[in-house]
Design a protein around this ligand. Structure first.
Ligand code: TXA
Ligand code: MG
Length: 350
């Protein structure tokens, strides 16, 4: 199959919408990452999504809608007042909510769960496609399973070329990490995956917010994850990634030493550092994560892909503060590093 990247003009949107209705897969830009879209209510289309990604069948998909009236048919209980406040405040946007599912939603879409994850994306191309297709669109991130999520049409093409007919090119993604997955089925909202909407923001809106503690550590051997996505290896570059956390001068010293050892072993190392710290690494090979957590979020997946493209066998990254969207960055970095995090210096604490 020849995969085309198209500018999302009216003709391309009509073609993409017709393909969704016909049960085919389309690459879709969203404000978080590119998604691999299919008709969420068509089990065969959804099966094709799992196949194209190489994704385990028990890892459920997020269902995307463009209008609030489309929610009721997908769920089997009234949303709580908290959920309603969250939808009013954060939709459209990078927030996914978990609800009890209705019979309309195939079990294949929810990975066999009796709950469904729903999000209303903010990206105009995603919204327009959902509207034109007239279907709720199931869309996991458009990477091959285990790879960094795509934040440009080109990245999605790298992973999906030959597997899907069409990718709509909506430019680079503004948020850069995926949506926050929030369980709103209990009394206090609980973050299962940190993302574009911070726990601090959820707490402002709802009065409280819990963060599942599996967000910043590996799952224990017999531990049952609250979200199936927690148990799978993710976002991993081919090189071995280590994160250094703590006082920034001490971190730079530790990274320089690790880099120099790796270079002596021909591991073609690469450093990922915040913009303000770049001078600390001299002539070593280093890429900038930008000036703070929001820029780091925009760049993190592209950096992990670039590390692969450069053939880096060892990657050393500075940590960012795990606050606001920084929690999502540290979750993605941590998982990409299999939680290999070195605490250095005095401020070596989360
Ligand atoms: O920003 C995003 O959310 C992107 C764009 C394309 O919208 N999509 C995305 O989908 O990141 P995906 O499939 O890569 O991640 C969905 C996550 C997985 O970790 C999955 O386990 C979790 O959401 N999830 C989905 N349905 C769930 C459910 N019913 N209960 C718990 N977790 C669920
Ligand atoms: Mg994903």
């Amino acid at each position: 199959m020849n995969t085309r990247i198209l500018k999302p003009d009216a003709a391309a949107l009509d073609e993409a919408a017709a393909r969704i209705r016909a049960g085919e897969l389309v690459g879709i830009p969203t404000e978080t990452v590119y998604g691999l879209g299919a008709d969420a209510l068509n089990p065969d289309a959804v099966r094709a999504v799992f196949e194209a990604k190489g994704r385990p069948g028990d890892n459920p998909l997020i269902v995307h809608i463009a209008r609030i009236e489309r929610l009721a048919p997908l769920i089997s209980a009234e949303p709580s007042p908290q959920a309603c406040r969250l939808m009013e405040t954060c939709w459209p946007g990078p927030l996914t909510l978990i609800f009890p599912k209705s019979d309309l939603v195939p079990l294949r879409t929810t990975g066999g769960l009796d709950t469904v994850a729903v999000r209303m994306p903010a990206h105009p191309v995603a919204r327009e496609l959902i509207e034109r297709s007239g279907r709720p669109i199931a869309a996991p991130s458009g990477n091959r399973s285990g790879r960094p999520s795509p934040t440009s049409a080109q990245h999605m093409f790298e992973d999906m070329s030959g597997r899907i007919p069409l990718i709509l090119d909506g430019g680079p993604c503004g948020v850069g990490v995926e949506s926050t997955v929030l369980d709103v089925t209990g009394p206090v909202p609980r973050v299962l995956r940190p993302g574009g909407v911070s726990p601090e923001r959820v707490a402002e809106i709802c009065g409280a917010c819990e963060v599942d503690d599996a967000v910043l550590r590996p799952l224990g051997e017999n531990e049952r994850p609250r979200s199936p996505g927690m148990k799978y290896r993710h976002y991993a570059p081919e090189g071995e990634l280590t994160i250094f956390r703590g006082d920034s001068e001490a971190v730079a010293r530790a990274i320089r030493a690790a880099y120099d050892r790796a270079e002596a072993e021909d591991s073609e190392p690469l450093i990922l550092a915040l913009e303000e710290n770049l001078p600390r690494y001299g002539a070593r090979r280093v890429r900038s994560l930008g000036t703070g957590a929001a820029q780091a979020a925009q760049r993190i997946f592209a950096m992990l892909r670039e590390a692969d493209a450069l053939g880096a066998k060892r990657i050393f990254s500075e940590a960012v503060d795990a606050e606001g969207i920084g929690l999502a960055v540290m979750n993605r970095l941590g998982r990409a590093a299999a939680f290999h995090i070195v605490d250095v210096g005095e401020a070596a604490r989360l």
